[in-house]
Design a binder for this molecule. Sequence first.
Ligand code: 13P
Ligand code: SF4
Length: 319
Amino acid sequence: MDVENSRTAALVEEIRELKKKRGAAILAHYYTLGEIQDLADVTGDSLALARKAQTLDNPVIVVCGVHFMGETAKILCPDKTVLVPDETAGCSLADSCPAEEFEEFIKAHPGHTVVSYVNTSAAVKALTDVVVTSSNARQIVDALPKDEKIIFGPDRNLGSYISSVTGRGMVIWDGACHVHEQFSLEKLLELKKEHPRAEVLAHPECKKPVVLVADVVGSTAALLKHAIESPCREFIVATESGILHKMRQACPDKHFIPAPPEEAGCACNNCSYMKLNTLEKLRDCLRDMKPQIEVDPETAARAVKPIERMLEMSARLGL
Ligand code: 13P
Ligand code: SF4
């Protein structure tokens, strides 16, 4: 075993022991590093992680993802200790929607039902009627009474995609994710020419031209499921690069090509926030029992309602 591998093996062993000692469960998003996904108890998309947090018996949950995912777990499980390996792991999309400005936006559009993507702060969720993730946004918006006027925030690309597939007019907040907005249509089309049999898989946070040329548009979990079930052998993947780890593990005989970003040679399809979750920091947070996620109880009491509404609607809709 080389030095790097033995260092990783020793860290993994330390994490496993600390996890047992703390009675902790590790939840990891598909965008985290492969080595984190491999030792997590659960790896999933935002919806799966929120659901799992709610059903776990463990007194301690470590959320390897970004801050809003830790907040969601804490809001759903206020009596548990929720740890994150790096509390500075934010989200450009959540940051594009400050709660005070969103409140003004809501006031400017009275009589609207507020639908917010899970990629938001607890304070924004507290202003929301129903939270959605990319796994259930379409069906939840579709299930709202047809005469309800809708505000959708914060992702303009997801909002415009949901509006087009549901036929619902919506007032959409002008926010975006810096990773998903990077994919270049031009380069994607060139890549498609080189791989004419490849299917293009895109997350709905990508810009409209990319979504329009995609064969499948869906959440990370939906794209993974499609890759497993499709008879196709080649895929161009327009979402954060971490999902390729799971896709390659699940389908070792298939070929996955990351969609190219605008800027040649940049690693823009890596979410720098997700990649702040390292094995060292995971070990440290379990050892030191910090950083812990705390949500102000008054905000949490309001934010839990739209999250629970989402979970109830998802279950009712068979998602
Ligand atoms: P999922 O809903 O697919 O987990 O996406 C979350 C996310 O952060 C996308 O950028
Ligand atoms: Fe946020 Fe984008 Fe990173 Fe997802 S990929 S966590 S939306 S910054």
